[in-house]
Write a protein that binds this ligand. Structure first.
Ligand SMILES: *Cc1c(COP(=O)(O)O)cnc(C)c1O
Length: 420
């Protein structure tokens, strides 16, 4: 459930009129609803109330400092993937004791930063990384709390580009290697083996792949126990799918929690969860304006001022995002099939093809739904387009949590050599 609703024919984010924000900040812009973020986090966290757990928001979904502050105030932890994210999380007030660090390529500088902040756990993805962590922890004369991310070779049944748990994916250590690596780690001077971790992919719409992966984790935890290695934290990653299309069936949170309880509920471990998309996806929209419409012999195009650099998911993953009118249409407003496209010079800069949509006027306001996760976070300045503003709505107030840079600011880091 979210708090983007039409009232008297106009779209509101909570009690903020979208057309009003648009006339103040200009389009395109992202708009998030604080109440929706809070609701999503609470519902997720509450469903695990019966078991010891730490909910670590996967901040790569949306790392805006204001969003991080909203979540920090709710007691959220963070799943980070870089030193940059660590800095933002700490600054937002996330407790370091609730921060886990994921990713296949942590540099020594990043490992050092994580150890200096004494975060909960580093999730290791290779033997080489284990050696690096032991070395850096040795230099700091501390013990690094570590888990191995295991690759369970499970098909997540999601888009190939967001699938991470098959043996051909770059993620995690191979199943067969796990026990010997745990054994090696347990003998090292500067690591403290605390956990196990699995994350099989994103936007999962079925629970069976989770069940399969978690069952394998269970077996490994029991096997490790037999050789004297006691796992404290079981990190089950994120990946729960959300609906992008009307009527799309997504797993119930309650059922997801049951899958977890059934697999590992009796092991007496702390469960770490890393939800990203389920918290932020439907808590944000991208508001845009029609620039032109264009008719050719075979197609109708609606050209909008948002583009693939602002929201790359359709171009990158063939993802569908629903597009709607900000002002509710009259009952008799004509419709036709059209492609809704951005201004970027790429044919892949297309949000939807052959979409059954209203005849649009120039300057008409539209909004793209489910854009709160992996939207702004993945944006770029391709075609020298400025990053778009981000707005946080809360009740009848809204705040610009990232403003639009002007052209000069966009180029502040660039330098033309003297010899030119
Ligand atoms: C991306 C990622 C997540 C979050 O995935 P969602 O699908 O957004 O829930 C969690 N854990 C790891 C290791 C990730 O890479």
């Amino acid at each position: 459930m979210d708090f983007f609703t039409h009232k008297n024919g106009e779209l509101f984010a909570e009690d903020c009129k979208i057309s009003q924000i648009a006339s103040n900040v200009g389009t395109p812009f992202y708009c998030y609803s604080q109440k929706t973020i809070e609701r999503h986090f609470r519902i997720f966290d509450d469903v695990f109330a019966g078991i010891a757990h730490t909910t670590c928001y996967a901040m790569k979904a949306n790392p805006n400092p204001a969003i991080m502050k909203v979540l920090a105030k709710l007691g959220a932890g963070a799943d980070i993937v870089s030193g940059g994210e660590l800095e933002v999380a700490i600054k937002a007030g996330i407790n370091p004791n609730k921060i886990v660090y994921s990713g296949v390529g942590k540099t020594k500088a990043e490992i050092k930063l994580a150890l200096e902040h004494n975060i909960l756990q580093l999730n290791i993805e290779s033997e080489a990384e284990l050696d690096s962590i032991n070395e850096v922890a040795g230099e700091l004369n501390c013990k690094a709390r570590i888990a191995f991310r295991v690759n369970p070779d499970v098909d997540a049944q999601t888009h190939e580009k967001i699938s991470t748990g098959k043996k051909e994916n770059k993620f995690g250590i191979e199943w067969q290697e796990a026990v010997s690596l745990y054994h090696k780690a347990s003998k090292m001077n500067y690591v403290d083996v605390t956990g196990i971790d699995v994350h099989i992919g994103s936007q999962l719409l079925k629970l069976e792949p989770f069940a399969e992966a978690f069952q394998k984790v269970r077996e490994l935890v029991l096997e490790l126990k037999q050789i004297g290695i006691n796992i404290k934290n079981i990190d089950l990653g994120g990946g729960l799918g959300i609906h992008y299309q009307d009527g799309e069936k997504t797993p119930e949170l309650y059922d997801y929690a049951q899958v977890i309880k059934r697999a590992i509920g009796d092991l007496g471990c702390n469960v770490i969860l890393e939800p990203g998309r389920v918290i932020m996806g439907n808590a944000g929209i991208l508001v845009t304006k029609v620039i032109y419409t264009k008719k050719t012999a075979t197609k109708n195009f609606v050209i909008i001022d948002a583009a693939m650099n602002d929201l790359i998911r359709p171009a990158l993953y063939s993802a569908f995002h629903k597009i709607s009118l900000v002002k509710s249409p009259d009952a008799n407003k004509p419709k036709q099939k059209c492609d809704i496209v951005g201004p970027v010079c790429e044919s892949s800069d297309c949000f939807v093809k052959d979409y059954d949509f209203y005849d649009c006027d120039n300057d008409e306001l539209l909004y793209i739904s489910s854009a709160g996760a992996y939207g702004s976070a993945m944006s770029s300045t391709y075609n020298s387009r400025p990053l778009v503003p981000e707005i946080l709505a809360s009740g009848s107030d809204y705040s610009i949590i990232r403003r639009r840079p002007n052209y000069e600011e966009m180029h502040l880091l660039e330098e033309v050599p003297e010899w030119l």
